[in-house]
Write a protein that binds this ligand. Structure first.
Ligand SMILES: [Zn+2]
Length: 397
């Protein structure tokens, strides 16, 4: 998100305020519906149902119908995102919105021509039912997929663009990298680098445990309980931010340094995770830790894969992960027994030794290289290329 100061004319401001009013009205309706819902009753209406109700409300209410459907639908979508964050324990429950306090609305499906530069310090953004609104071009604006318009308590307007990352040019060196998702380390690169997703520090972890104990002791409905909950939510949000930053850094770095990037195909790994053998010879407690971390890591991994494809379009190859951890990168012998422990790979055929995840990352790299060569119209897969692609890894089924 990058934020810019918006400078609407008085006439435009009137329409913007109306958009805010509609967004607030729809949001508050959603809050109200969910407040009245109680455990044991039929479930509160979901997004689709609320969208249907919105259509009905627009048919019955001229004031709403005169407004922008995008603004109103996005308010519902924002509410559902807020509920998801609440259930994910990273945010507080979405609350009633008051007039004049942190108002705003979101516009989606933004086209390339909807944002333009007028002068060195001036730009314009097209807002439905408002038209072109000037904003201060304080720094370059990338390609936006959506934006949010907000008005703070002081009456200042801002526009924040959600940007599609610009593709990063390939280095053109022919360098190929394989990335393996590990259990203990978050990702291993074929270069030998072991990457770990940042987590809370020791002091923060201790604090979290203390807070969670305090929460268990706090009386329901007490002020103390609310305070503790907010503190927990803040810690978790901090951890989430660190993970997001990490994904951005790693994806940019890989897109810059390598022409071709091989990663595991998650859809396949989800089905064959145990067959992959990463958990076959776990160290003590690895399995439990894996259980705790799996959801979080899977999440981060999905984001990493998505970001890589944004930043290096056409240069990312998804590799079937089966056998990547059981295949010796030196002699191609496949044996589950070669995976001596969580960290160590020792080939039963040729005695080649490597970090188990790095060995897997190298296999992913080689397969990705084979795909890339074939895609360039080079030698057919399995043909006499420098390093023969692993036929076993290319078989499907
Ligand atoms: Zn070997």
């Amino acid at each position: 998100m990058s934020r810019y100061r918006l400078r609407p004319s008085p006439a435009q401001e009137a329409v913007l305020l109306e958009h805010c009013g509609h967004a607030r009205y729809v949001w508050n309706l959603a809050v109200e519906q969910h407040t009245h819902w109680q455990r044991g009753r039929a479930s509160a209406p979901g997004f689709t149902e609320q969208c249907r109700q919105l259509t009905e409300a627009r048919a019955a209410c001229e004031w709403l119908a005169a407004g922008s459907i995008i603004v109103q639908q996005q308010a519902l979508k924002d509410f559902h995102q807020a509920m998801a964050n609440f259930f994910g324990a990273t945010h507080r429950r979405p609350r009633w919105r008051r007039r004049g306090r942190g108002e705003g609305f979101r516009i989606v499906a933004v086209k390339a021509g909807d944002v333009r530069r007028l002068s060195r310090k001036g730009g314009q953004v097209r807002i439905p039912k408002v038209g072109w609104v000037r904003f201060r071009w304080s720094r370059p604006v990338g390609e936006a997929k959506s934006f949010r318009v907000t008005r703070d308590a002081a009456g200042r307007w801002h526009v924040a663009f959600a940007l599609i990352p610009q593709p990063i040019p390939a280095p053109g060196t022919g360098a190929v990298v394989g990335v393996d998702r590990g259990v203990v380390v978050s990702a291993a690169l074929s270069t030998g680098d072991l990457l770990t997703v940042p987590a809370l520090g020791e002091a923060e972890k201790k604090r979290l445990v203390r807070l969670q104990r305090a929460l268990a002791r706090a009386k329901p409905g007490s002020k103390r309980r609310t305070k503790v909950k907010v503190a927990i939510a803040r810690l978790k949000a901090r951890e989430g931010d660190r993970r997001k930053d990490w994904v951005e850094q790693i994806s940019t770095d890989l897109a810059r340094r390598f022409d071709v990037i091989g990663i595991e195909d998650l859809k396949v790994s989800a089905m064959t995770r145990s067959a992959k053998g990463t958990l076959e010879a776990p160290g003590r407690n690895v399995r439990q830790k894996a259980g705790l971390n799996r959801g979080i890591l899977a999440n981060g991994w999905e984001r990493l894969a998505a970001r890589l494809e944004h930043k290096a379009p056409g240069r990312v190859w998804k590799i079937d992960p089966r056998y990547t951890s059981q295949t010796c990168n030196a002699c191609r012998h496949i044996a589950r027994e070669s995976r001596e422990s969580q960290a160590l790979f020792r080939c039963v055929a040729c005695k080649h030794r490597d970090h188990a995840d790095v060995n897997a990352a190298k296999n992913i790299r080689d397969t990705a290289e084979g795909y890339a060569v074939a895609a360039r119209g080079g030698l057919p897969l399995g043909g006499p290329v420098n390093r023969e692609p692993q036929r076993d890894l290319l078989l499907v089924g």
